[in-house]
Design a protein around this ligand. Structure first.
Ligand code: UDP
Ligand code: MG
Length: 323
């Protein structure tokens, strides 16, 4: 008997893509069930992340017409992509054997699911979907996204290179994930920390086929800063190093000033004074800002507010696929 898959698909204003996405996922599920790769109790779970359009109506209708394929979770408001994914995973962790998380826009190749399942049955508890090429991304997106992974690594947050949130996880891993209570979510950094046997599956990332990206540059930068400050204290260490270097430089400057004075060749340097004041002032503000980021994080964590609130869960466990 094959295992039960719950596929989690976060949706924020996805009116344009849902009809096509649900059609393709349904075909995929029929194929997978026929080939005995997943059980007939498997479901696609669309998570409505506080959409402003009629996304939830579409999801409800999908569930009504095909309860044997589609389930829906509605969050009480927009909580962001990471929280929407987590809400889906935590809601289904006790009723599935494995989960796959995937974006609603079909940028992740759904045919990679076959290989992911094979790797799962070989004993892997986590299978990461990794992009092999970014042919369809614009130069700017490619440059910023790849820079993001490299920068993350340098800053001490170990993430799987070119892996977004397209991944398979067994229910065992989901149980362990539920023990991670942090409010500042960065799943890509958290899952590798859980451990267990894992592997990569490669696929080519397509273009968003309709609608527009919900991750503009501003959100991407915020996401990168969140990732780094949630997983590494390296920036704080860098501040210490910087302070040390500034100290050495100031000693050298002091010696130079004395030598210049004694030698009688000191000039009344207005520009050098101005430049150093601005430089030191700027550096101090930057360092304060970095420390502030961490203090703000601690503030958010100690409040321990719920990360999301599920207002509706449409799921008919007993329906069996008959096609
Ligand atoms: N998403 C979400 N909540 C948000 C923003 C995005 O659930 O606040 C979902 C969105 O519907 C999509 C996925 O997250 O399924 C990835 O978003 P998008 O495709 O816009 O990002 P990109 O691929 O451009 O980085
Ligand atoms: Mg996308």
């Amino acid at each position: 008997m094959a295992d039960t898959l719950y596929m989690i698909v976060p949706c924020y204003n996805e009116h344009d893509v849902l009809p096509e996405t649900s059609k393709r996922l349904k075909e995929k599920f029929i194929y997978l069930i026929k080939n005995n790769m997943i059980s007939e109790k498997s479901r696609v779970v669309f998570v409505n992340d506080g959409s402003k359009d009629d996304t939830w109506d579409i999801i409800s209708k999908l569930h009504e017409s095909n309860p044997e394929f589609f389930s829906g979770i509605c969050l009480s408001r927009n909580c962001g992509h990471q929280n929407a994914v987590l809400a889906g995973l935590m809601t289904v962790k006790d009723i599935c054997d494995l989960s796959i998380t995937m974006d609603a826009d079909l940028q992740d190749d759904i045919n990679a699911v076959d290989e992911m399942l094979e790797r799962y049955y070989e004993g892997n508890q986590v299978v990461y979907g990794v992009r092999s090429a970014r042919k369809t991304d614009t130069f700017f997106k490619k440059f910023t996204a790849e820079g993001f992974y490299k920068f993350m690594k340098v800053m001490g947050a170990d993430v799987v290179y070119n892996h977004a949130d397209y991944r398979l996880m067994s229910s065992r891993v989901l149980q362990e994930l539920s023990g991670y209570k942090e409010v500042n979510l960065f799943l890509r950094g958290m899952i590798p920390l859980i451990g267990f046997k894992s592997c990569n599956v490669y696929y080519e990332r397509a273009e968003r086929f309709a609608g527009e990206s919900k991750y503009p540059l501003k959100k991407m930068i915020a996401f990168a800063i969140n990732g780094i400050t949630s997983f590494s204290t390296k920036p704080l260490k860098l501040i210490t190093y910087l302070g040390f270097i500034m100290f050495i430089v100031s000693i050298a400057a002091f010696i130079w000033a004395v030598v210049a004075k004694v030698g009688g060749f000191s000039v009344h340097g207005w520009s050098s004074t101005m430049v150093s004041i601005w430089l030191i002032g700027g550096l101090q503000l930057l360092c304060l800002g970095i420390i502030g980021e961490y203090v703000g994080k601690i503030y958010a964590e100690v409040k321990q507010r719920p990360r999301y609130i599920v207002s509706d869960f449409l799921n008919e466990i007993d329906f069996i696929n008959k096609e």
